[in-house]
Design a protein around this ligand. Sequence first.
Ligand SMILES: [Zn+2]
Ligand SMILES: [Zn+2]
Length: 232
Amino acid sequence: MNALKRLLAPRKQVKKKSLSAKRERSELELLHSYRRALVKHGTDAISLDLENEFYWHFQLSALIAHAYRKFDEINRKHFSGLLTRPKIIFCNRSTGGYYNKTRHTIGISIAMAVEHGEVEFFETLLHEIAHIAEQSHSPRFYEVLRKIGGSGRKAPMTTLLRVKRDRFLAEHYSVRVRCPHCNKEYRYRTRRALRYACRPCCEKFAGGKYDERFRFVAVTFRSRCEADKTAT
Ligand SMILES: [Zn+2]
Ligand SMILES: [Zn+2]
């Protein structure tokens, strides 16, 4: 009788995220990948004039230089100069930024800087500087943020974020339905949604009970692979 075949455990599939291996990318490299991402998602990036690399390189470098001056000013004014100067770079996030405590680095979305300019760039910078003092989004964080001049408003929508979100929705929530009464559209994962009735309308006009008059109608139905095909 054959012994049970013994198998080697498969090689580990999960790649370890290595902090040191992640090379920092230059502004131009980031700009290139931002442009590629827009093109890949079928968006017209021409209006942003991303091909004008000289212009963008100049603009983006000036923003970073200004960011360091801003940090020094805030540090002097509000922290008695006690904070260590972080590294400030651009990153490929779709909007907003991050503060990495281990590397003491602030990253700011290049897509947001390009599309929304310096006002949003500095909003994010202030937000991330506040994270140096307070890691979480606690009341103390917003206190610090207000003190150093941040508005606390959310990071703006960018074209990159919108195309990524649209693609995600099309792939994972491919069933689009509409209420025939209020015309509001909803997205669901399965076609079961066509058996639902619009909740707000049922609550408003039918005492919260299911009412056929408000049953969803299909807007479009794309299967997962159809969605994939159009996306490539
Ligand atoms: Zn934050
Ligand atoms: Zn409705």
